[in-house]
Design a binder for this molecule. Structure first.
Ligand SMILES: [Ca+2]
Ligand SMILES: [Ca+2]
Length: 98
């Protein structure tokens, strides 16, 4: 069995309260299906809400591992300076679609 390493994840960056900082990220797979939503109203890396609805670790199960992976990617984005609204294409090398 050949296992593919890594996946592309699209991140839609939103600034809902229009303070110039990204406070919501919705993650999509390359087929446009929702993977997760992460909210950090203060944009300080202290996540208010994270909800994952698709397996991204490739084990076919939706559990804390998937949440941790998305949380890690979301934190990287929320902590980035000068990030603007729009879509980013992320390559997650330890991810896999189940
Ligand atoms: Ca904001
Ligand atoms: Ca999983």
């Amino acid at each position: 069995m050949v296992e593919e390493k890594g996946v592309y994840i699209y991140a839609n960056l939103l600034d809902l309260n229009e303070d110039g900082k990204i406070d919501m990220i919705s993650f999509l797979d390359p087929q446009g299906r929702g993977i997760a939503v992460a909210v950090d109203r203060a944009s300080d890396g202290d996540m208010d809400h994270i909800h994952v609805f698709q397996d991204v670790t490739g084990d076919g199960k939706l559990d804390m591992d998937d949440t941790r992976l998305i949380e890690r990617e979301a934190l990287k984005l929320f902590r980035q300076e000068g990030l603007e609204e729009g879509q980013l294409k992320l390559f997650v090398e330890d991810g896999a679609y189940g």
